[in-house]
Ligand binder design. Structure first.
Ligand code: FES
Length: 138
């Protein structure tokens, strides 16, 4: 069957059946980010216990690529330590989705920025600061 959209099967799956969409009522790290290029927005909720991400959910008002990357991001980081999650880049999310069209790569940046923002908020509350060393953008 001919593909209608230039997206991988994984992108289409996470777009049409997003994982972890919603809110965490008792989240202890939340970040809001927006994409100035298009006006799309994402809110990421994390529940962190003993330095480990035990739950992650998102609300994204955005395009299909933004929803798919938000969904995949939450799948990747659940179970990670805060330190491990700090090194998760948008490229890693794109790779896990078997790629994104070049014109949609910018959509994946929101997920990375939301993750870093939420982890920084968590670390600030713990009395430490997230280092920029673990933050890389593709
Ligand atoms: Fe706005 Fe994709 S077009 S995030």
């Amino acid at each position: 069957m001919t593909k209608v959209f230039p997206y991988s099967d994984k992108v289409m799956d996470h777009f049409t059946n997003p994982r972890n969409m919603g809110e965490i009522a008792d989240a202890n790290a939340i970040a809001d980010v927006g994409n100035p290029a298009c006006g799309d927005m994402m809110r990421l909720f994390l529940k962190i216990e003993n330095g480990k991400i035990v739950d992650a959910k998102f609300k994204t008002f955005g395009c299909g690529a933004a929803i798919a990357t938000s969904s995949m991001l939450t799948e990747i980081i659940k179970g990670m330590t805060v330190e491990e999650a700090l090194s998760v880049t948008n490229q890693r999310v794109i790779d896990a989705l078997d790629g994104l069209p070049a014109v949609k790569r910018h959509c994946s940046v929101m997920a990375e920025e939301a993750l870093i923002g939420a982890l920084k908020e968590y670390k600030a509350k713990q009395g430490g600061e997230a280092t920029e060393g673990g933050v890389k953008s593709a």
